[in-house]
Design a binder for this molecule. Structure first.
Ligand SMILES: Cc1cc2nc3c(=O)[nH]c(=O)nc-3n(C[C@H](O)[C@H](O)[C@H](O)COP(=O)(O)OP(=O)(O)OC[C@H]3O[C@@H](n4cnc5c(N)ncnc54)[C@H](O)[C@@H]3O)c2cc1C
Length: 457
């Protein structure tokens, strides 16, 4: 007996046991339906689709709905913004998931999920180039990423769109690259960082470093100003603070506690000004406004606050934070009446950071929980996720941050959450590289390629 047959028989046996408690109607004598529809083919969605097929020995039917013709990776996009890498290094597709794992791909956008009556627990409505389609499934996994809040503007309402965030890689990345390249030699690049939680905690500081490095080499009279709504650097603090204070002491100015109030800009132009509230956080965590400041820029990069992608909002799966609360063992929504709908990746609300590597890990925890659910089992009680993230600090050196996240109960409050543990000291928190190096810059490419191949093939 081959190993795959053995695995499949075990799995089907488990499914048989599970059918006693399966939460949806089954036709007498027919094989139970095991259909999962995945919404969004990014870091989290592609991974969950692949692993549902792998770990069910292809017995779960997986449909992946994604509107884009190709996936554009945010990871590494800061080095496309500086012109170091071609945009093509960010491109990935879904053909390998179909070829290697039998994932069914539909080019479309999911616009609704509702109870499916006798045809299945969930009815999913999607729009495609050829019209509206409907699919029925036993479980839905939402992985739509994030959407961005409108930029507050004092100039005119139409200004919101052309102020570039480039926080969703794609056309904005190359547009900001072109603005940077065309910036006057003594110009100022002003970027704003939103309050956490936001996508990729070290990402804005990484961007500040590589832009400062680019300017140092290409426009030595130019400056970078970083306006952070948070009270301090939010990730990899030692390495970024060191880079700001040494490598970029002459051309980068970092200002914490600067909350974006408004943007003054002309539609379609790279330049303008931002007004920020200067805030300090009191003992209870409230921000106290101490004054306002105005910064003029020749290139503006405003990263607005973000929230879970539109479909999560439409389905009422987000709470007041804008993200979807989930059970950390399965990523199943904890909103009333939504059992069987899972939310993974940046759209979910957990104590895990919003990052691609972590999205890949959470997707595997979700896939495992769904395979178990189809077998009538409860999710694994204490899953573990890990994360590694390399940050380029210039065009030649990079640092890294890594953590292992253990799902555990807080002895004080009783709440279950993921807790990062420093693998060197054993204390709570992530581990960062001792310093930046060229060797780590080279390893960054290997890490990137491995993560993307692991996700998309
Ligand atoms: C500049 C930058 C650098 C970064 N660097 C790193 C890094 O070094 N390491 C790291 O781990 N992370 C990094 N990240 C973060 C990482 O890119 C994100 O955390 C990750 O992409 C989130 O994955 P996701 O699957 O949740 O969302 P996404 O990857 O954004 O995918 C969401 C997908 O869902 C699709 N979609 C949305 N709505 C629908 C719908 N209704 N129907 C169908 N499809 C839909 C979208 O088209 C999209 O393809 C970085 C981010 C940025 C901005």
């Amino acid at each position: 007996m081959t190993r795959s047959l053995l695995n499949k028989r075990h799995f089907l046996k488990a499914l048989g046991a599970g059918s006693l408690v399966a939460p949806w109607p089954l036709v007498a004598g027919a094989a139970p339906l095991r259909r999962v529809l995945v919404v969004g083919g990014g870091m989290a969605g592609a991974t969950v689709a692949k692993y549902l097929r792998l770990w069910s020995n292809r017995s779960i039917e997986v449909t992946l709905v994604e509107p884009s013709a190709q996936y554009t990776s945010n990871i590494m996009s800061n080095l496309v913004l500086t012109g170091q890498y071609s945009p093509s290094i960010l491109n990935y597709g879904w053909n390998s998931l179909t070829r290697n794992h039998g994932v069914v791909r539909i080019a479309g956008t999911v616009v609704g999920v509702e109870p499916g009556g006798s045809l299945g627990p969930w009815k999913v409505t999607l729009t495609t180039a050829s019209g509206t389609q409907v699919r029925y499934c036993e479980r839905v996994v939402l992985a739509p990423g994030v959407q961005f809040d409108a930029v507050p503007s004092t100039a005119n309402a139409a200004v919101a769109a052309p102020i570039l965030h480039a926080w969703q890689a794609g056309p904005q990345t190359t547009q900001l690259r072109d603005f940077l390249a065309a910036m006057p030699p003594t110009g100022t690049f002003v970027m704003t960082i939103p309050k956490a939680p936001y996508r990729c905690p070290p990402g804005p500081y990484e961007r500040a470093c590589v832009v400062a490095d680019y300017l140092k080499r290409n426009k030595p009279g130019a400056q970078v100003i970083v306006l952070d709504a948070n009270p301090d650097i939010m990730a990899e603090k030692e390495n970024f603070a060191h880079a700001f204070g040494t490598m970029y002491a002459s051309n980068l100015s970092y200002r914490a506690g600067r909350m974006l109030r408004s943007v003054q800009a002309t539609t379609g132009q790279p330049d303008g000004a931002v007004t920020v509230d200067v805030v300090v956080r009191d003992a209870s965590g409230q921000d106290i406004v101490m004054g306002t400041e105005v910064y003029a820029a020749q290139v503006l990069n405003v990263i607005p606050r973000h929230r879970a992608g539109a479909i999560v909002q439409t389905l009422g799966l987000a709470d007041a934070t804008g993200f979807a609360p989930v059970d950390g063992r399965s990523f199943e929504s904890t909103m009333p009446g939504r059992a069987g709908i899972h939310v993974i990746g940046d759209a979910s609300k957990t104590t895990l950071p919003k990052a691609g590597h972590v999205g890949n890990q959470g997707a595997k925890i979700c896939a495992d929980a769904i395979v178990r659910a189809f077998a009538g089992q409860t999710p694994y009680a204490t899953p573990t996720a890990n994360s590694a993230c390399f940050s380029p600090l210039s065009n030649t050196v990079a640092s890294w941050l890594t953590a292992v996240y253990q799902y555990q109960q807080d002895p004080g409050t009783g709440a279950w959450r993921y807790v990062a543990t420093d693998q060197v000291s054993g204390t709570v928190g992530a581990t960062e590289a001792a310093s930046a190096s060229a060797e780590q810059f080279s390893k960054m490419s290997t890490w990137y390629r491995s993560l993307m191949n692991e996700t998309f093939t």
